[in-house]
Design a protein. Sequence first.
Length: 226
Amino acid sequence: MRTILACLLAGAALTLSVPSRAAEGSTTPTSPNAEARMTTNPASPDSRPGVSNPAESDETQPASKATSETAVFASGCFWGTEYMFRETPGVLSTRVGYTGGRTDNPTYEDVCSGRTGHAEAVEIVFDPRRVSYEKLARLFFETHDPTQVDRQGPDIGEQYRSAIFYRNDAQKRTAEALIQELTVLGFKVATAVVPASTFWPAEDYHQKYYEKTGKKPYCHVYKKRF
């Protein structure tokens, strides 16, 4: 289990050893700058650089933007979740962050405290002509244990819960249909299916963590379930 002390040590170690890198394919920062972190009047979700607001959902995008859609999944430690999706054909970019909670501008330490209500999650931008949302959702269910409640492997806490944050009715229907399939197969699925809310990008040292460190996920493995 990653304790609060472990969170702090992980952040310090990666900050010292890994140079900052912007999110792949993005011209905006992957995390708020230091001033945004420290301000007593943080920018609103609509204006803060790098923050995703689901109010502009995939359903309402103009035709010129229809070549990409966004999915948001939470399946325990976001390092492993991101790793499992990054090499999927049709995935254009990924970034890890926090969503589904009660506070704005959360830091990793805030989320580790268990007081914010946020989940560690991954925002995935994909080309629906090359990979469907359903295929991504199936991969989500097959790369973690969706029957665990507020934990994943050795990581315990509501920030490690299993959840799908849908951005439109089609995504909601797909998620619910897959859960029904798993239920029929005998799985007691604990995955929450909830509307997407503001996605707060995590600190830069968390982005593409396993790519930076050369390590492998410790609690995310593929297991066929369908």
